[in-house]
Design a protein around this ligand. Structure first.
Ligand SMILES: Nc1nc2c(c(=O)[nH]1)N[C@H]1C(S)=C(S)[C@@H](COP(=O)(O)OP(=O)(O)OC[C@H]3O[C@@H](n4cnc5c(=O)[nH]c(N)nc54)[C@H](O)[C@@H]3O)O[C@H]1N2
Ligand SMILES: Nc1nc2c(c(=O)[nH]1)N[C@H]1C(S)=C(S)[C@@H](COP(=O)(O)OP(=O)(O)OC[C@H]3O[C@@H](n4cnc5c(=O)[nH]c(N)nc54)[C@H](O)[C@@H]3O)O[C@H]1N2
Ligand SMILES: [Mo]
Length: 766
């Protein structure tokens, strides 16, 4: 029997024709002006040979609770009854012996777009009811950024998609300076789904209006090639130096309005003194910045003059703060917008992460996002998300976060649901060392990921296609029905079913389910969103049954927004939630803390790993950036067509500038060995004139496949450094990394896909 259903994913909304439990056609959502190609891969998602379709337990753990064989051991199939009993038994044992603070459920990850079967939320809900767990704060996407913005602006809205909107930029900006990217590549995705991909339309309008666009980025493809932008190929990790120099040149030529700056900001004297070099004897001039950034000083001076005179929007991608000292470019951008007098003017000021996700920069939702509630965590404990290896390796050790000292807990049990740390974390060899320490590791995922391959008890979740759910987010302008397309594969169960069953064994069933089943919850979640829109905003949404039949419903949105316009108009009447009520250009807290990696005024610090200019580094050493992959979301859909298209010979492509390739005598398609002191991986060379010399790009997401220490598919996180952005934010700093690139002379014989669960499973009787 044929049916058509509406469904949603992080990369867009689509309709599916389903015939006899098979997906036979995928069509983009009729309201989406620029649908993502990735939706064409969804049917592979359900039927991937990498699916795990029944619960398994690692043999060494099952037989003698051995911890050493993770990643190598074989697995034994068990029944759901046995699996539930083992999981609940371990949670009770560990909580009873060491306390709930020995259970790590930070469990970071994107899971599916469904907000009800949201694996990490349900996990926290279950464990919260059972006494608590250790959670996480911030995200891999953004940590240094929001932490510094919370401190200097009193809130992080500007980098969470609740600042200025692109419609005002299109209408009012005379110059848009993009640090990083404004790219439909990343704007394909949005956490919780995106109904309408709108970035291309805003870019087209900017082009039609002839707005001057400056792309400051190591990679020219960070804007579509039809956008006529000036490309400033900056050395990675040096944007803060460029921003400081732009500020200094404006001040040095007297083009600033000191009274205005004082109205907007505190600490102005300290900041201007730093620019002028009082203290370190270094004036942060255009000439100074040229030596650091590789950008011509005359160009910097000319742009400074323009920024001071013309309405200018400064946009910085999230990638800039995913680096060592990642707070600095964000702080320096805010400082530059103050010095140029642009804060709070329509089409002026700062924006962070525009296009990093689909809805950041777009008119944003003002309603209540549909969500399952995690409930309280009785332990109250969490770690900065990217410090997971530090936590596992250093129980009890102190660390700072936002100026406060905390201590790492001593973790005995990890439960990871809906995330893939062996994709997302840095220096995976180090993670593997930390991963040896817990007594028990539970992984819940539809796929036999590298993380599942390192779990002790692995539970097969169904994919979103096998159940009903709701998608939507705080930013998105639609809430979308995710209607079940096909029956669950094998013995796979929905995340809600899995956690409900374990909650029952933990004695918290009633509180966990509140007596609702799947459709009961969807109705409940929808009604909360609907009544909030009605009561608080006077916005009518259809009743649940009409919504479910229609498949989507619009949400209230706010457009035409200029961030900090009220504050600019009257800083006394609309003060910021900072110690001075104004923007901090100097921080007393940071001065008092004296962190060597997060100074009290916006600064540029030389990263502890960087090329310092191609001329001064070894010829085969490059700064490796690890951008988000085009044809997939992180490690999801890695073996589906839109992802395979980007590979060569089963290897991820490493992009390199033509001059570098020529110098090293490398040609397109050459198999490469990419290495540093932390690891080695293979990749395939792609010579790319859109890349600055001295830089290579290897996208994230290839599934970890180690062969005698050599990573065989091009997972860059075997090479990245596991250091925090700083002691202040403890954020992910993946973009600060050097590698050596050489031709690979070894054997490239491709083995079969090692990520098929069948290759790991022995029968229980064996
Ligand atoms: N080097 C480097 N590393 C990075 C970054 C970088 O820039 N450079 N970026 C970082 C960033 S920004 C991020 S957000 C992270 C992303 O890191 P992750 O969010 O961990 O990556 P995903 O591959 O999306 O992992 C989601 C997992 O959820 C599973 N899943 C999907 N649907 C379901 C479901 O319904 N139920 C369950 N239980 N599981 C499901 C998928 O199979 C997959 O294993 O990576 C980070 N890592
Ligand atoms: N297709 C696809 N889209 C995605 C994702 C995905 O996996 N696939 N993941 C989503 C997620 S979770 C996130 S958080 C966002 C991330 O969004 P972003 O952080 O914006 O994305 P990236 O690709 O990491 O980086 C964007 C560009 O920044 C440039 N860049 C890197 N370092 C520097 C620097 O020091 N200076 C300057 N000027 N430029 C630099 C690089 O050239 C890179 O191409 O993407 C989201 N969108
Ligand atoms: Mo992210």
């Amino acid at each position: 029997m044929q049916k058509t259903i509406r469904h949603s994913s992080h990369w867009g909304v689509f309709d599916l024709d389903v015939d006899d439990n098979q997906i036979v056609a995928v069509r983009p959502f009729h309201k989406d002006p620029n649908p993502s190609e990735i939706i064409q891969s969804v049917s592979d998602w359900a039927t991937s040979p990498r699916r795990l379709t029944f619960p398994v337990v690692r043999r060494g753990w099952l037989e003698n609770r051995d911890r050493s064989g993770r990643g190598e051991d074989s697995y034994v199939r068990v029944s759901w009854d046995e699996a539930e009993e083992l999981v609940a038994g371990e949670i009770k044992r560990v909580a009873g012996t060491y306390g709930n603070e020995a259970i790590f459920a930070g469990s970071y990850g994107w899971t599916s777009a469904g907000r009800f079967h949201h694996a990490a939320t349900l996990l926290k809900r279950m464990l919260g009811l059972a006494g608590g767990y250790v959670g996480h704060v911030d995200t891999y996407s953004i940590a240094a950024g929001p932490v510094i913005l919370r401190h200097i602006l009193g809130e992080a809205h500007a980098c969470q998609g609740r600042g200025s909107t692109l419609d005002t930029v299109v209408e009012h900006s005379e110059i848009v300076v993009i640090f990083g990217a404004l790219s439909p590549r990343t704007a394909q995705n949005e956490a919780g789904g995106v109904a309408r991909h709108r970035l291309e339309d805003y870019l087209k309008e900017l082009v039609e209006r002839g707005t001057r666009i400056v792309l400051v980025s190591p990679s020219r493809d960070n804007l579509p090639d039809w956008v006529p932008a000036e490309w400033w190929p900056i050395r990675p990790g040096t944007d803060a130096a460029l921003m400081l120099a732009l500020s200094q040149e404006i001040v040095a030529t007297g083009q600033h309005d000191r009274a205005l700056i004082d109205r907007l900001a505190s600490g102005v004297d300290e900041f201007l003194a730093h620019l002028a070099g009082r203290g370190d004897g270094v004036t942060k001039s255009a000439d100074w910045a040229e030596g650091i950034t590789g950008i011509d000083a005359d160009r910097i001076r000319a742009l400074a003059a323009d920024i001071a005179r013309k309405r200018t929007m400064l946009l910085a991608s999230w990638s800039l703060q995913r680096a060592q000292y990642g707070e600095q470019p964000y702080w320096a951008a805010v400082a530059l917008a103050c010095v140029a007098g642009q804060i709070g003017l329509p089409g002026g000021g700062v924006g962070f992460g525009f296009g990093s996700l689909a809805c950041v920069g777009a008119p944003f939702g003002t309603g209540r996002s549909p969500a399952m509630s995690a409930g309280p965590n009785p332990t109250g404990l969490s770690i900065p998300v990217a410090r997971v290896s530090d936590m596992l390796l250093n129980p009890g050790a102190p660390f700072d976060y936002e100026g406060q000292t905390r201590h790492f807990p001593d973790i005995r049990l990890i439960y990871w649901a809906g995330g893939n740390p062996y994709h997302h974390h840095q220096d995976l060899t180090r993670l593997m060392q930390g991963w040896q320490r817990p007594e028990t590791i539970i992984v819940q995922d539809p796929m036999w990921t590298a993380t599942a391959q390192r779990g002790d008890i692995v539970l097969p979740a169904s994919t979103s296609l096998e159940r009903n759910d709701i998608s939507g987010s705080r930013r998105s302008d639609h809430i979308v029905a995710m209607q079940q397309a096909i029956a669950p594969l094998g013995e796979a169960r929905s995340d809600y079913e899995i956690f409900s069953a374990i909650a029952a064994r933990l004695g918290v069933s009633e509180a966990f389910t509140e007596g609702r089943d799947e459709m009961g919850w969807l109705r409940h979640i929808y009604d909360l969103t609907r009544s909030d829109a009605q009561d608080r905003l006077g916005f009518e949404m259809p009743d649940f049954d009409s919504f479910w039949a229609e498949g989507d419903a619009p949400m209230p949105v706010q457009s035409g927004t200029t961030y900090l316009s009220d504050f600019r108009a009257d800083p006394e009447a609309a003060p910021l939630a900072t110690p001075t009520g104004r923007i901090l250009l100097h921080s007393d807290l940071l001065a008092e803390k004296g962190y060597d990696d997060c100074p009290p005024v916006p600064s540029w610090l030389p990263p502890t790993e960087w090329t310092d200019g191609p001329d001064r580094s070894a010829p085969d050493v490059f700064h490796m950036l690890t951008p988000q992959p085009i044809g997939r979301l992180h490690s999801q859909l890695e073996s589906a067509p839109s992802s395979l298209e980007m590979k060569h010979d089963g290897l991820e492509r490493l992009r390199m500038a033509p001059s570098d390739a020529e110098r090293l005598d490398l040609t397109d398609g050459t198999s490469l060995l990419v290495s540093n002191g932390r690891g080695r991986c293979l990749a395939s060379l792609s010579v790319d004139p859109d890349l600055a010399p001295g830089v290579v790009c290897l996208p994230t997401g290839a599934w970890l496949a180690l062969d005698d220490g050599l990573e065989m598919s091009g997972n860059p996180n075997i090479l990245t450094r596991d250091i925090p952005a700083s002691q202040f934010s403890q954020g992910c700093a993946a973009q600060t990394c050097l590698v050596r690139v050489e031709p690979y002379r070894g054997n490239l014989s491709r083995q079969d896909d090692r990520h098929h669960p069948a290759r790991w499973i022995v029968s229980a009787a064996e």
